[in-house]
Ligand binder design. Structure first.
Ligand SMILES: NC(=O)c1ccc[n+]([C@@H]2O[C@H](COP(=O)([O-])OP(=O)(O)OC[C@H]3O[C@@H](n4cnc5c(N)ncnc54)[C@H](OP(=O)(O)O)[C@@H]3O)[C@@H](O)[C@H]2O)c1
Length: 257
């Protein structure tokens, strides 16, 4: 299976590196296209067998899957200039570009995916959202398998793309804001920043593992750490008094406006 990635920026580069580390695609079967060569050189330094080009049409020529990882305002122009055939799957990473818009460039019959990873894809820990158009079950399974190797992938209806992007792509920034704030507290309490950073980040990772690996719920796990009359419940209640939950809900909704 051959994969072309158009755009070697944050997302395209991370997808190329992630796929090259997985078991389903060989680096030699990946070709990445970008107009400037610096990012291509960096990719090839890491994965010498990976193919690179500055010509998008060369990249897509023999590809089974074409992943478009350019900025949203370049999608029409870049996609419109490609000569695709109908056996090729086209997957667009562009955050707000809908199937309706993509169809204008590739026609109504092309198999299309919208693909929204988050930045943790560089750590193979992405939450990747996928929607499909004209894809059969086998093609959906293939895309899920590819992106499950780069973290976790989920297939959703396109109508849920915006809301789920708020939770995952924007949401990762809100988790980082929590990490930043907790670190600031740690520093005020006398902990060195690099120690505080590790402690908070590992605690966030631990909380995520409790939820992802167990049949549980945040409330159940919070109850476990809140001894009646103890110190944790005082902090949890303070978060509620200060509107932490409400602030998170507002932030998730604000990014959709
Ligand atoms: N970052 C995120 O968290 C995130 C999450 C989900 C989806 N996305 C989506 O991912 C897409 C890419 O975002 P990004 O953060 O990776 O942007 P980026 O770092 O700016 O990467 C875009 C790349 O596209 C290249 N490019 C420009 N014109 C091109 C052309 N005509 N043909 C081929 N490549 C071209 C750019 O090359 P030059 O630098 O040489 O111009 C650049 O390397 C966006 O549509 C965004 O909505 C991003």
């Amino acid at each position: 299976m051959k994969i072309a990635i158009i755009g070697a920026g944050n997302m395209g580069g991370a997808i190329a590196r992630g796929l090259a580390q997985g078991t389903l695609v060989r680096a030699a079967d990946i070709i990445v296209s970008n107009p400037s060569t610096g990012k291509l050189d960096a990719l090839q330094a890491d994965y010498p067998e990976m193919n690179v080009t500055t010509d998008n049409s060369v990249a897509v020529k023999n590809a089974d899957i074409v992943i478009l990882a350019v900025k949203p305002w370049l999608v029409d122009q870049v996609l419109g200039a490609l000569r695709l055939d109908l056996r090729q799957i086209v997957a667009s990473v562009a955050a707000s570009v809908t199937f309706e818009q993509l169809v204008k460039s590739v026609g109504p019959e092309q198999t299309l995916f919208r693909l929204i990873p988050n930045t943790a894809i560089s750590q193979l820990e992405s939450m990747t959202l996928l929607s499909s158009r004209n894809a059969d079950k086998e093609q959906e399974r293939l895309m899920l398998d590819l992106f499950n190797e780069l973290g976790m992938a989920i297939l959703i209806p396109e109508s849920q793309m915006a809301a789920t992007t708020a939770l995952t792509s924007c949401g990762i920034a809100y988790v980082l804001k929590y990490i930043q704030a907790a670190m600031q507290a740690g520093i005020e309490l006398g902990i060195y920043p690099k120690d505080a950073q590790k402690m908070v980040a590992q605690s966030v990772k631990g909380a995520a593992s409790l939820i992802l690996n167990g049949d549980t719920h945040p409330s159940v796990e919070i109850d476990k750490v809140c001894t009646p009359g103890g110190m944790t419940i005082k902090g949890v209640n303070e978060l509620d008094h200060e509107g932490f939950g409400s602030a998170v809900i507002k932030a998730m909704k604000a990014c959709l406006k």
